[in-house]
Design a protein around this ligand. Structure first.
Ligand code: TYM
Length: 333
């Protein structure tokens, strides 16, 4: 049976990009199609400056949002990464297989470390080794498929390389996984800067980011103020009209239609924005309602995570043990 693993990092509030690029597909397709695990990858949130209490809050919120979006703990496994030791345990072994050069070539590392240095800050070593921990997340479970947005493609590619290398050197241990991207919504761009991804970071960029828990009025305002392109024609052209194309992509993802076909229905940017805003508000409405219910019952969420971690541990342990043996470590007990 196919096994699926994916995760979301609690570095900020979850966004429309996370939802359309990943979570929505986990709910609609992945959890039913395979043995599936979905993880709040909190160890990854420690690779940048953070407030410990906020990471804890965001981890619980991310887990609640995954359940609110429709992940069903009776059908799939939802858990928090740090509650399952196997991730960190395997990451070290994979660090002994990965190379320094390979890590430094990662686009996200280059971008994030340059930003950090420009701010005069120092770069945590864990930011460099982050993709190895991500590889461990995936390989520990023998996942065949990793449903993610486009921005994670390079990390999954690295995961494949590490799996193949480990298997060649030390004997077959890991399944070689592949990334799976949604047809529409794999790269939702910022509403204020359609040249860059809609990320989770707060602050100046917040006007361009729709958060899943934004009030409907806030969503409408953000979409209505989206930066569009010169001219008046509504055309689906990502290079010439990135702002309009982004709105069409979002509207398409929410309505199940093709962006290029949608473009033909619109003759003004204003109407396109209005319909996109309403479509997003409607798409997120059930999730907001369910999230509010779950917030009233934190014991339920904790129980789901406890059971999820236990199940995940049981699945990961034998493969990580096998990797330890294969690479030359003395078995315990
Ligand atoms: P993260 O937390 O940045 O994002 C979670 C998922 O959302 C997708 N995504 C987007 N998709 C479309 N448009 C966007 N603007 C957008 N922003 C985010 C991401 O591609 C991702 O699928 N390194 C990962 C977390 C991770 C992971 C893993 C994922 C850790 N271990 C193992 C899969 C498997 C990350 O930072 O995702």
């Amino acid at each position: 049976m196919t096994r699926i693993f994916s995760g979301v990092k609690p570095t900020g509030h979850l966004t429309l990009g996370n939802y359309l690029g990943a979570v929505r597909r986990w709910v609609a397709v992945d959890q039913h199609a395979a043995e599936a695990l979905f993880c709040v990858v909190d160890l990854h949130a420690l690779t940048v400056d953070h407030d410990p209490a906020r990471v804890r809050r965001l981890s619980r919120q991310a887990a609640s949002l995954l359940l609110a979006a429709g992940l069903d703990p009776d059908v799939c496994t939802v858990f928090v990464q740090s509650q399952v030791d196997e991730h960190a345990r395997l990451a070290y072994v994979l660090e002994c297989v990965a190379t320094d050069g390979e890590m430094r070539r990662m686009i996200q590392y280059k971008e994030k470390s340059a930003r950090e240095r420009a701010r005069g800050g120092s770069v945590r070593l864990s930011l460099l080794t982050y993709p190895v921990l991500m590889a461990a997340d995936i390989l520990a479970y023998g996942a065949d498929e990793v449903p993610v947005g486009d921005d994670q493609a390079q990390h999954v590619e690295l995961t494949r390389d590490l799996a193949v290398r480990f298997n060649q050197r030390y004997g077959h241990t890991f399944v070689v996984p592949k990334a799976v991207h949604p047809q529409v919504g794999a790269r939702v761009m910022s509403l204020q800067d359609p040249g860059s991804k809609m990320g989770k970071s707060d602050g100046d960029a917040a006007a361009g980011i729709v958060y899943l828990l934004d009030e409907p009025e806030v969503v409408r305002k953000k979409v209505m103020r989206a930066v569009t392109d010169s001219g008046h024609e509504v055309e689906y052209d990502r290079d010439a009209k990135p702002g309009v194309a982004n709105l069409l992509d979002i509207l398409a993802a929410c309505t199940g239609r093709e962006p290029a076909a949608l473009a033909e229905d619109y003759h003004s940017y204003g109407v396109l924005k209005k319909d996109t805003a309403e479509a997003v508000v409607e798409e997120l409405r059930p999730l907001r309602v369910r999230h509010a219910e779950l917030c009233a019952d934190p014991g339920y969420v904790d129980g789901v995570l406890r059971a999820g971690a236990e199940r995940a541990r049981g699945l990961a342990r034998p493969r990580v043990d096998a990797a330890y043996r294969a690479i030359g470590l003395l078995p315990a007990g």
